[in-house]
Design a protein around this ligand. Structure first.
Ligand code: PEP
Ligand code: CO
Length: 406
């Protein structure tokens, strides 16, 4: 049994989301709805809709993560950088689930450990961006921020932030979440706890606070939009709105950490998000870059261990290895990603910590967005370059990365 949250202390966060300007350090990367007259109505509607996840499911996932933390399992988290709302069809979802399950099965057979499956799916519709505008054919346009906020079409009108997109994202997310539930229920050979579970970057405060729910039986508050939300590198300020919101929910959580993360901030984050030092509660996703991981990760990993927080460490070998391709688009080299993954493993080994798994951006089709495994850094890269945001691995490249890890 779940209920919509009454207006409570969390209303403070919500009020902040509408009123504070996005440049406020405490509330980074928010849409500018431009005083849209229907914003409040849209949020009221969202508050009345059913959650996409249940308290029971969160407990099942928690159980699986406890196993990962205790070195008895590993985790594969994979999917699009930015999901397209147009791909949330039955066929689109089936294709994504198929790839996630191939990768996880492959990892399972190579590593001899059960693999927990987590999709960047059913809600990965909002993107943090380094710059608010971009230049297109000599004209300045607001950047694309994910289908929950605006359209990728390069016109001023299409790039306007539209709060009705939150309803569209909700409907798509609900449909895809239900499809994943069917897939968990229909997996007789594996335990239900192996997933697949949903995850996305918890970014748009208006959307996420409208989907907070309370479980009547336990009294706990949870985020109804995903099983396993994470906070991104750009919004992980320990005193910012994103971390404060996640601190209040029962869902297992993750946090990205880049090469400039300071140990004191990471410890403060751990205190905020995992005050009781609960196994399975918090996952830290290192995205340090092939050239930085060897120096940047050990002090953080050692410091977190000293602090007694029983975190899971995942490796995201993609986000700090983005470069410009000859064809003028963003890309990533397989060699860099493999090097970062191997260096991550070496650090974990040296510190006697369990490498919890991989966080990857993978497409469900044979895209040509990353260099390596027969994809060259030339104009042929544009033949299947369809990502809405960052360059993704194709399924073969993802298997190669898992092989390198194994
Ligand atoms: C992402 O995962 O797509 C992303 C933006 O990551 P990060 O916060 O690590 O840059
Ligand atoms: Co990305």
């Amino acid at each position: 049994m779940t209920a919509t949250l009454p207006m409570s202390g969390l209303a403070v966060l919500e009020a902040g989301a509408c009123e504070a300007p996005a440049r406020d350090a405490g509330l980074a990367q928010q849409p500018h709805w431009g005083g849209h007259p229907d914003l409040e109505r849209i949020k009221t509607l969202l508050r009345e809709l059913p959650p996409m996840v249940t308290a029971t499911e969160l407990n099942q996932l928690r159980e699986a993560l406890v196993r990962v933390q205790g070195a008895g399992a590993m985790l594969v988290q994979a999917g699009d950088c930015a999901e397209s709302l147009y791909e949330c069809t039955e066929a689109g979802t089936a294709a994504k689930l198929d790839v996630l399950s191939q990768l996880a099965d492959h990892a399972e057979s190579r590593l001899g450990l059960p693999v927990v499956r987590v999709g960047r799916i059913a809600g990965q519709f909002a993107k943090p961006r380094s710059r608010p505008v971009e230049t297109h054919k000599g004209r300045e346009l607001p950047v694309f921020r994910g289908h929950m906020i605006n359209s990728e079409t390069p016109t001023t009108e299409a790039r306007r932030h539209d709060p009705y997109r939150m309803l569209w994202a909700y409907r798509a997310g609900l449909k895809v979440s239900d499809r994943l539930r069917g897939s968990r229920d229909g997996a007789p050979a594996r335990s239900v706890a192996a997933g697949p579970w949903t995850s996305h970057e918890m970014l748009v405060i208006d959307y996420e606070t409208s989907l907070l729910r309370m479980d009547f039986e336990s009294g706990m508050i949870f985020l109804g939009s995903a099983h396993f939300p994470w906070v991104g590198e750009r919004t992980r300020d320990p005193r910012g709105a994103h971390v404060r919101l996640l601190a209040t929910v029962h869902n297992p959580l993750a946090c990205k950490l880049g090469p400039n993360a300071r140990l004191s901030d990471v410890i403060e984050l751990c205190e905020q998000l995992d005050p009781d030092r609960t196994p399975g509660r918090l996952t830290l996703i290192a995205r340090m870059g092939a050239r930085h991981v060897t120096e940047a990760l050990p002090p953080l990993a050692a410091g977190v261990r000293r602090s007694g927080h029983p975190v899971i460490w995942l490796c995201d070998p993609m986000h700090a290895n983005t470069i410009q391709a000859a064809a003028g688009v963003k890309t990533r080299r397989m060699t860099d990603m493999i090097q970062e993954a191997r260096s991550f493993l070496a650090v974990m080994d040296r510190l006697n910590l369990h490498p919890g798994g991989l966080h990857l951006e993978v497409a469900a089709s044979a895209v040509t967005e990353c260099i390596g495994s027969r994809i060259a850094d030339d104009s042929s890269m544009l033949s299947q370059y369809t990502t809405l945001c960052d360059p993704r691995l194709n399924p073969d490249q993802a298997i190669e990365l898992i092989d390198a890890w194994a």
